[in-house]
Write a protein that binds this ligand. Sequence first.
Ligand code: WT7
Length: 658
Amino acid sequence: MSQIESVLVENRVFPPSEEVVKRATISGMAAYEALCKEAETDYTGYWGRLAKEHVVWKQPFTSVLDESNAPFYKWFADGKLNVSYNCLDKNVEAGLGDKVAIIFEADGGAVSKVTYKELLSRVAKFANALKAKGIKKGDRVIIYLPMSIEGIVAMQACARIGAIHSVVFGGFSAKSLEERILDAGAVAVITADEQTRGGKNIPLKPAVDEALTLVGANSPVKTVIVAKRTGGACNMVAGRDVWWTDAEAGQSDVCEPEWVEAEHPLFLLYTSGSTGKPKGVQHSSGGYLLHAALTMKWTFDIKPDDVFWCTADIGWVTGHTYITYGPLACGATEIVFEGVPTFPDAGRFWKMIQDHKVSIFYTAPTAIRSLIKAGGDLPKKYDLTSLRLLGSVGEPINPEAWMWYYNEIGGGRCPIVDTFWQTETGGHMITPLPGVTPLVPGSCTLPFPGIQAAIVDETGHELEWGKGGFLVVKKPWPSMIRTIWGDPERFKKSYYPEDLGGRLYLAGDGAVRNAKTGNFTITGRIDDVLNVSGHRMGTMEIESALVANPLVAEAAVVGRPDDLTGEAICAFVVLKGSRPSGEDAKRVIKELQDWVGKEIGPIAKPKDIRFGENLPKTRSGKIMRRLLRSLAKGEEVTQDVSTLENPAILEQLKQAGA
Ligand code: WT7
């Protein structure tokens, strides 16, 4: 039985315990329904009320939602604020100056703590250093840093001066970095000498150097700031490169925030779409911050004494919303972890939960599955009683992993919030609320109050519960993507397609609602996007990388289910030379995997590569991807192959490459 089918017949239900309901901020189904009702009756009144209650404004807004240039919606447009003020100064002013903001645990286990007061002065000092380099409001700054306090300081410092950050995950290659630098027109790059993961040092600064060499002569990048992490060798280019500590030297640790309009872009974050080119998803300041704070309070039920831990990397949106912004906006204490879940062993997460008395833990299904496999009994060795709430994000969680998480980690006491959302949505869209929602393993349950999620057919008509279709959001919401940087047409085409009438936000996922409860289950992407270990990868991006290799004539990439990573990347390749076999094939496979690793990053390496003399195409030349998906899965091909040019190649493609 497929994972989706098993979720649809799932009949285990876990209603919230009385104790959880009692302590939750949103308590009981009636409270949830009242919020949904408020939003339905007076949509702008609802969001306007919340924006006043959960965000501190320098200049209050009078307009809540401006739809005059739909689908380029504006929220709280005449209001002014500063996101870093809301995350730092506000808390210090409220008397939380000595509260620990961040508990940082390094790969090797060293722990350091920063209070709100200290974080504020570090951010202010670095913000002044950025200003001294001529960086100003609206400039784009690329951040290519490991998980570190510096990473958060750099992001918050950009927010403080109104510079737009674009964090690039440290696992992306120099080539990917170059593309993002150019697309964003970045004036500066903030990086480190190296990063440390699983006991190994991985160079970062050399990738920046390589990226900037690729960018070439008219580079927009004038400044590279380098944090020292390991002391690894670094080639510093005079006039361009400066050490973090030197950039800060002599700078004041007081920096007046730049008060920006609510719509001022807070950040760009590149993500994969269905074409070869990653999209620079643009987020706002006001609406984004509102949803980051609100979901911390309602989904995670954050309270002053909680210790919150989101295991994501700041290179992904989860790290933006639930490490850099959400927890700090709520004055919480959070963990920032540099390392990997399996180093020094698969008990690392559980040991850290014990050591730091973590109460709210948020991770990805792929991590849970790999930890079950690597050491399913390890949690028993640790005291996990500090936990009170668990979260899951990034991909569907299979009911088996859900049950293990619930029992072995949560001790059967802790609700699991299975949060569905996307880079584009800024924060949670469909998720249980711990004091409200009966949990069903594998289902993200119900929309966050105010989010008008629905399922429609290919013409945009809403389907009845029980019928699968496209997941859409019927009304704009404050933390939504504003545009694709430099490509508003692509924004409209991707998210507000005319086929659906042009006013429904198309998430790109299929979904179905349970006929009785209305609970949502996500059935997977409807476009050419794969989800590998919770990381989004475009098949076309990988295809472009493959065909850029001199050996390759043609390539088609599809996903296939994988027990550990959710989906695995499977590439069908036609070489310019003859079809390789045996040792020869093995060698070419390795070469192509490494090539993709260098072109995009190790996360994009195809797991399977198969060779054919051709690809299955219709007479009009279209690659039959559905057929390739069946082949990748090892399924019998049931599709009609009568239109196939050359049916004999199916036999070739059935064979694994090596
Ligand atoms: C895609 C978005 C959400 C932040 C991290 C990923 C899939 C995400 C869930 C979930 C089922 C999920 C969807 C979505 N996804 N969360 N709880 N259940 N699927 O952000 O890289 O923008 O990826 O991840 O397919 O569209 P992203």
